[in-house]
Design a protein around this ligand. Structure first.
Ligand code: BV8
Length: 260
């Protein structure tokens, strides 16, 4: 704890807060790290227990699901369970507060847990879908909620409309991102004046191209991560620390700049 009582004492905090306070079109780009303090495992840090020995990159694929739907479904059930028990953390809440402080804030997330929306962010682009939505494996019938197959005992459940296997409506490796989501994310990234990047290793494409798009368009990119990630190089300001600690301090400093 530094003398000012703040837990995050980095000289780059003030320049970052000043840029955010002046932003007219802010995009917040997030990855699994922003949900870490809500108790949801990231992809890069191995899980404990049963799932530690399985590589998410090998499970989140259409091939894995077709090869062993019961196993991949149980992996998602494990992750859904963790997410259902999770609450938005101080980082999600700070991001939602920026929307109340600044003229225009959009969140572009790689996460499928829905925690930004639960924290109060109202404009969220889900690049990789949502664990709260389901569709049938052929993709013919979409928009199912968990309640639509609650009565089924078989795992994975079957599509109420065509009887095919259901799957989470998330983007698997090797699958194209939803057209509307990637189009809007690219337009927002190319049109923002500041991009706040939180909790991503920046290795999965095309999502990881968003901060580069923003920087190429002249936006000021701020990167928040306890570790140096692949995007830190394209960031004008790198704030080393966990989102749940850095973001509340950053938003408090933004409030001070706006009040000055
Ligand atoms: C596509 C949803 C083309 C599912 C996800 C070879 C073969 C096939 C494809 C490829 C290939 N090479 C490259 C590709 C493309 C591939 C890709 O990029 N692969 C990578 C591995 C190289 N991409 C794709 O396949 C994409 N599709 O290319 O399609 C196409 C085009 C047209 C037609 C057909 C096909 C689809 C990619 C989407 C996959 N789905 N998620 C699910 O969740 O189950 S990806 C998933 O992994 C996440 O969504 C996220 O995107 C990624 C994980 O990254 P992060 O979120 O950054 O998380 P990570 O754990 O890596 O890092 C956490 C960070 O947080 C760390 O930096 C850590 O330091 C930090 N942190 C820790 N604690 C905190 C913290 N930060 C803040 N606070 C803390 N407390």
């Amino acid at each position: 704890m530094s003398e000012g009582g703040s837990t995050f004492d980095d000289p780059r905090l003030q320049p970052a807060a000043r840029a955010l306070a002046r932003s007219r079109r802010l995009v917040v780009f997030t990855g699994a790290g922003v949900s870490k303090e809500s108790g949801i495992a990231t992809f890069r840090e191995p899980e404990t227990g049963l799932w530690a020995r399985f590589d998410p990159m090998k499970l989140a694929t259409p091939e894995a699901y077709r090869r062993d739907p019961e196993f991949v479904w149980s992996w998602y059930e494990h992750r859904f369970g963790a997410a259902a028990a999770a609450e938005p953390n101080a980082g999600h809440q700070a991001i939602a507060e920026l929307e109340r402080l600044l003229p225009r804030v959009a969140v572009v997330t790689q996460n499928i847990d829905g925690l930004h929306q639960r924290a109060g962010s109202s404009d969220v682009v889900e690049l990789h879908g949502s664990m709260h939505r389901f569709k049938c494996l052929p993709g013919t019938h979409t928009g199912f909620a968990r309640a639509d197959f609650a009565g089924q005992t078989q795992k994975p459940p079957r599509c109420p409309d065509c009887g095919e296997l259901l799957r989470p409506d998330v983007v698997w490796f090797g699958e194209a991102l939803p057209g509307a989501a990637i189009d809007r994310a690219q337009a927002l990234s190319a049109g923002c004046d500041v991009m706040l990047v939180v909790g991503t290793s920046g290795v999965v494409y095309p999502a990881a191209a968003m901060p580069q798009l923003a920087a190429q368009a002249g936006a000021l990119v701020i990167d928040v991560n306890p570790e140096r990630d692949a995007l830190a190089a394209s960031a004008a300001i790198f704030l080393r620390g966990p989102g749940g600690v850095v973001l509340p301090e950053l938003v408090a400093a933004v409030r001070e700049h706006l009040a000055a």
